[in-house]
Design a protein around this ligand. Structure first.
Ligand code: NAD
Length: 301
């Protein structure tokens, strides 16, 4: 599978395309935005003839409705017989299952393979994939998944990968609330936030969210907070994922009160204008936009 079409070249799709090209894949990079396409130099232009030769079609789109429209417009009419369809977007289980059935009606295998890891892991090829779909399709996908990820796990039939992702991101959303509240309280108690970050990242409060999405500018290298909260993982997407988890919880009759609170908070933050910012920007609903940690430390000295 050396010919791959990648539809959706945003925060995640672009570094995924770059990683695949660096590993020798021929990548047809597709996006409704011309600017997004232009930002992936070296990719093949999105011509229909090139797309029809792709061995695998990866989608990395925001929501179910985007995947639905890409499948209706491009993927199902244009993919070659035998092409493997891998949807890496985080979307609802119902849309995933419906698209998998449409793909099967066209004789194509589709996997849901949402990811954890963010753009840094996408570029390094160290994502974690949560996969649903037929075992034979999963077996066929493993070499490609191994070039994009450090971990990949087959959870069951179509939709099982999205179910795992909903649970995973509910943990991330709740953790994010804990991190921003902890730092807001630390700031209001007059602590040095750089020192507090160092302590937490080497103690029991440590988490991926704390270390990679700490809301305080300057405390750790490369965090969105140091770049005006440019995502990263947009708050609107976090809100969407938390609502997906709530829908799953309602369907299963499982109480998830912390998840419900996080879904409500992130949805409100996104609706109030924060949706395009990294999710760590929700800190600003608790404390005013923080100064760089070192500036704070100096002003306290
Ligand atoms: P993004 O908004 O940055 O990128 C989405 C891209 O899709 C955009 O370039 C947009 O122009 C394009 N697009 C939209 N509709 C299209 C269509 N019909 N055809 C072709 N292109 C289309 O989003 P992202 O952050 O890259 O996230 C993509 C998915 O990955 C989401 O489901 C998100 O929840 C999930 N995800 C994101 C992260 C992260 O850290 N950003 C991490 C894990 C999972």
């Amino acid at each position: 599978m050396s010919n791959v079409a990648l539809i959706g070249l945003g925060v995640m799709g672009r570094p995924m395309a770059e990683n695949l090209m660096a590993k020798g894949y021929s990548v047809i990079a597709m996006d409704v935005s011309e600017a997004a396409r232009a930002a992936v130099p070296g990719a093949r232009p999105p011509a229909a003839e090139a797309f029809a030769k792709a061995d695998a079609v990866i989608t990395m789109l925001p929501e179910g409705r985007h995947v639905d429209s890409a499948y209706a417009d491009i993927v199902l009419p244009g993919a070659k017989d035998g092409a493997l369809l891998i949807d890496c977007s985080t979307i609802d289980v119902e849309t995933t299952k419906a698209l998998s059935e449409k793909a099967a009606a066209r004789g194509l295998d589709m996997l849901d393979a949402p990811v954890s890891g963010g753009p840094e892991a996408a570029g390094r090829g160290s994502l974690s994939f949560m996969v649903g779909g037929a075992p034979k399709a999963y077996a066929k996908a493993v070499p490609l998944l191994a070039d994009m990820g450090a971990k990949y796990s087959h959870f069951g039939a179509s939709g099982a990968g999205q179910a795992a992702k909903a649970c995973h991101n509910m943990i991330c959303g709740i953790t994010a609330m804990a991190v921003v509240e902890g730092f807001a309280l630390a700031d209001s108690l007059g602590l040095d936030l750089g020192q507090f970050y160092e302590l937490c990242s080497n103690a029991a409060a440590q988490s991926w969210t704390l270390q990679n999405r700490c809301p305080i500018p300057g405390v750790a290298p490369g965090i969105p907070a140091s770049n005006g909260y440019a995502p990263g993982f947009a708050a609107a997407l976090m809100a969407k994922d938390l609502r997906l988890a709530q829908a799953a919880a309602r369907g299963a009759g499982q109480a998830t009160p912390f998840g419900a609170e996080a879904a409500e908070r992130f949805t409100k933050f996104a609706e109030d204008g924060g949706g395009a910012l990294d999710f760590s920007a929700i800190y600003t609903t608790l404390r005013s936009q923080p100064e760089k940690a070192e500036t704070q430390a100096k002003s306290r000295a």
